[in-house]
Design a protein around this ligand. Structure first.
Ligand SMILES: *Cc1c(COP(=O)(O)O)cnc(C)c1O
Length: 429
């Protein structure tokens, strides 16, 4: 596979962009080699500057649930572009977007549009702190909530205590109010609530963790969080930046039947444009400026082109709910196929996933939290990544990311993926 032009461009990029990329995971850090410079994408297919084609299993990290360049989305965007790119004033599309989200997701009575998932989380946390008058936030090790200071905290192993920043440049003071518990472990959450009685403003959780590979919640875990929050006057925030409109029209909250107080969205609601949103109970959202004392703003928030893209994708999903059954079947086919291949080769792997989210860990499992996810043989993942890329399957350059399936993937492509992965497991014993 020729990668000369990607290599050349990446060398130029490294001179003027930190690491040559505008988001770290694109740098191929964990796997080495040259990141592919992409020129176009249609359906399930990506094309790079050297003319190589790949079947895309990343889907821009989630937004492209209908596949790339979906006609409904493209037409809506083209129409919006013709009307002007930004007005810095309210528009009908924003009203439509807010009404649509509120009508689809019962827990959301009011919603505010922002420009990324990071911004959505940052703002939801501020609203939760403003509403409760408390400062501490409880998150889970291995859950990613964007790059705002307070969320760049991971716990040490063993006893979970107050946060230590995970990134240079985060003041200790910012991390001090972030508590970290163990995903799927109610006792670790209870212990923090016992210690920090009446101080925890919110628990924030990915209802399906999809940034440490994919780790679904154990039965009872999300209801436990709901109950504990209710008993302690703490708000429950579901970070549905990945799961929102991916697990179904009501996201993970509908899928698991647990109702959060606030929800954050991103990725799918922008259909590939930079969009985020946070919303929830009316009494909480009424705290947000200009109605209330919690300040939050954005020059380009609710941008007309971004709204057009997101609206067209959400309308399509709403009007074709059978999409979710089809995605579930695709996910199931991939998970079953990979599991069977590993059994045949007698290789210990753990295949996880829900709906159109899948993950292949190189460990016998079970993978239930960050610690057990980290038992995966990442050296083997690197070899798997290179093997799959060589054969035209574009997967994440890191073990700790999801496979995102879309409506554009055909059964033939999925069977091809399974056959290639089986080939790898056979060769790499
Ligand atoms: C991607 C992601 C974010 C951050 O969204 P950005 O748009 O990248 O800022 C937040 N939470 C979760 C669960 C995500 O997957």
């Amino acid at each position: 596979m020729k990668t000369d032009r990607s290599r050349e461009l990446f060398a130029r990029a490294q001179q003027v962009i930190p690491g040559g990329v505008n988001s770290p995971v694109r740098a191929f850090g964990p796997v080495g080699g040259t990141p592919r410079m992409i020129v176009s994408a249609h359906g399930s297919q990506l094309t790079d500057v050297d003319g190589n084609r790949y079947c895309d299993f990343i889907g821009s990290w989630g937004p492209m649930i209908l596949g790339h360049d979906h006609p409904a989305v493209r037409q809506a965007v083209e129409k919006a572009v013709a009307d002007g790119l930004s007005f810095g004033a309210a528009t009908e599309r924003e009203v439509e977007m807010a009404e649509l989200i509120c009508s689809m997701v019962p827990s959301i009575e009011m919603v505010r549009m922002v420009n990324s998932g990071t911004e959505a989380v940052m703002s939801a946390i501020r609203a939760a702190r403003g509403y409760t008058g408390r400062e501490k936030i409880l998150k889970f090790a291995g859950c990613y909530h964007g790059h705002c200071d307070a969320m760049l905290v991971k716990a040490g192993s063993g006893v979970m205590t107050s946060g230590v920043p995970d990134s240079a440049g985060v003041p200790k003071g910012c991390a001090r109010d972030t508590l970290t518990a163990v995903y799927n472990d109610p006792d670790s959450v209870q212990a923090l609530f016992d210690t920090y009685k009446q101080q925890i403003a919110a628990v924030i959780v990915e209802p399906v963790a999809a940034n440490m590979g994919v780790v679904p919640p154990k039965p009872g875990f999300l209801p436990f969080l709901r109950r504990l929050c209710d008993e302690n006057g703490t708000l429950l925030i579901f970070d549905e930046v990945i799961t929102g409109f991916r697990l179904g029209l009501t996201g993970a909250q509908g899928y698991y039947g647990v109702t959060p107080d606030l929800t954050t969205f991103g990725k799918i609601i922008g259909a590939g444009m930079p969009v985020g949103a946070y919303g929830g109970r009316r009494d909480i959202m009424k705290m947000v400026a200009p109605l209330g004392a919690v300040y939050q703003a954005g020059t380009l928030s609710g941008n007309p082109v971004a709204m057009a893209a997101g609206l067209s994708q959400l309308y399509y999903l709403r009007d074709h709910p059978q999409v979710y059954r089809a995605l579930e079947e695709r996910g199931q086919m991939l998970r079953t196929g990979l599991t069977k291949a590993a059994e045949e080769q007698q290789v210990p792997i753990c295949v996880t996933g829900v709906g159109s989210l899948c993950c292949l860990f190189f460990t016998g499992g079970p993978v239930v939290d960050y610690e057990s996810a980290r038992l995966s043989d990442t050296g083997r993942y690197v070899r798997y990544f290179r093997f799959m890329m060589e054969r035209g399957f574009y997967i994440a350059p890191s073990q700790f990311e999801a496979i995102f399936l879309s409506m554009a993937h055909t059964e033939k492509e999925l069977q091809g993926f399974i056959a290639a992965a089986a080939g790898f497991l056979r060769e790499d014993r």
